[in-house]
Design a protein around this ligand. Structure first.
Ligand SMILES: Cc1cc2nc3c(=O)[nH]c(=O)nc-3n(C[C@H](O)[C@H](O)[C@H](O)COP(=O)(O)OP(=O)(O)OC[C@H]3O[C@@H](n4cnc5c(N)ncnc54)[C@H](O)[C@@H]3O)c2cc1C
Length: 376
């Protein structure tokens, strides 16, 4: 199917299924409702074929360019039918599973994620290890038939509602840094895993602390090589800055348009509006190029840090403008529309943190793209 036909068919399908493709629950509320709604949308999209285009046939896809995924997610997130955060998990985790999981494992589990039958989480950050990921200490020790894991993760988005986790563990010495890390694919109902949700300042139980006490992981859940987990992380992080960001950018752009439609024109400084529009345009242009590079089969790398910096900056600029132009709603409104604006404003503060902070992205660009020296 060519992209234009895909787009036309998608439009018709969305209109036909309006009764189920309702706006995702938003504002301050339970993440469980959002993810339940996400499952419904993913199942519908998968069964209609739209959720399978752009994914390899060996994991339940229909093949073709990843641009199909960009178009589907853009449509659903821009209209608020799915929350970009929940939708993005698939774009962040599935490509790396396809690249690094044993083929039979990927074939068994990726379709469950694509069809919304499962939710997955990403267990990278630890209490003492966020930006300095290579120093993580959650330990995996070999057993006769797999691994025994002990340690803690934190800020693990959706862990309390997830069925599986892509987990980074320490298998070498801590001094071996990125050379002693191993990635595992872990069932979240394995005995020894304790999950404690953490509430964000926008009132959603978005992420969790996750404790591992003598958790046994079978040998066939290894992703990539033993002590080769850094390659898995370096594969995954650029995906976090590609199609997932395209979808989030679409959502933020739609909110900007809604702001312009809603706010009293006198409440907004035209120069500020123009500045934000420019930032959104720059984000779209750069992210569009990344989507096309992905479609051309390019391997994404540290240059995608540019996309992440632009997203964080543009998202915060949009919601700073919201705080100026709609301040009554953002600060004091009690209806669901106000709650959504307030929630989006507060969540935008995280845009320069998750997926690697803006400072770290600038370090990545300086060291790995511009070659300005190794990390000390
Ligand atoms: C909404 C949200 C969802 C998240 N979801 C997940 C998830 O699902 N899975 C997961 O594993 N993690 C997740 N995270 C965690 C996220 O990846 C980390 O918060 C992030 O990498 C920063 O790490 P940290 O919080 O430990 O901050 P720190 O690393 O302690 O950084 C603190 C500050 O110091 C700065 N800093 C640190 N080192 C340097 C340096 N070398 N040079 C310049 N400045 C520096 C940082 O930029 C930051 O401003 C999430 C975070 C948020 C906010």
């Amino acid at each position: 199917m060519d992209l234009q036909t895909f787009r036309t068919d998608l439009d018709a399908w969305v209109e036909e299924h309006r009764a189920q493709l309702t706006p995702a629950p938003g504002g301050e509320g339970s993440l469980a409702d959002q993810l339940a709604h996400l499952s419904v949308v993913k199942r519908l999209a998968y069964d209609a074929g739209f959720g399978r285009w752009g994914w390899p046939e060996r994991v339940g896809g229909l093949g073709g360019s990843p641009l199909y995924r960009a178009l589907l997610g853009e449509r659903l997130t821009a209209e608020g039918i799915v929350q970009p955060g929940g939708w993005s998990m698939t774009e962040v985790l599935a490509p790396t599973m396809i690249d690094f999981a044993p083929p039979e494992l990927a074939a068994a589990v990726v379709p469950l994620l694509l069809r919304g039958e499962e939710h997955w989480c990403q267990g990278f950050s630890e209490p003492g290890t966020g930006s300095n990921l290579a120093e993580l200490s959650c330990r995996a020790v070999r057993t006769d038939d797999g691994w025994r894991v002990n340690g803690q993760k934190v800020w693990t988005s959706h862990a309390h509602l997830s069925d599986r986790c892509v987990l980074l563990t320490r298998t070498g010495t801590r001094e071996s840094r990125h050379r002693g890390i191993t990635a595992l694919f872990v069932d979240m109902d394995t005995p020894g895993i304790t999950v404690r949700p953490l509430e964000t300042m926008h009132g959603v139980d978005e992420f969790c602390e996750v404790f591992f006490d003598d958790v046994l992981v079978p040998a066939d859940r290894l992703l990539g090589d033993v002590d080769g987990g850094w390659a898995v992380a370096m594969d995954l992080l650029p995906y976090e800055r590609s199609t997932a960001l395209w979808h989030r950018g679409a959502y933020v752009r739609r909110r900007f348009e809604e702001l312009l439609d809603t706010a009293d024109p006198g409440a907004l400084d035209p120069a500020d509006v123009g500045n934000v529009a420019l930032q959104l345009f720059a984000l779209r242009a750069v992210s569009r190029r990344t989507q096309h590079r992905l479609a051309d089969g390019d391997r994404l790398g540290p240059e995608t840090s540019v996309d992440k910096i632009l997203l964080g900056t543009a998202e915060q600029a949009v919601f700073d403008l919201v705080a100026t132009g709609l301040s009554d709603e953002v600060v004091a409104g009690t209806d669901s529309t106000s709650a959504r604006w307030r929630s989006d404003f507060l969540y935008s503060r995280a845009a320069t943190i998750y997926g690697g902070t803006s400072e770290i992205q600038r370090n990545v660009l300086a060291r790995r793209v511009l070659g300005l020296g190794e990390e000390p």
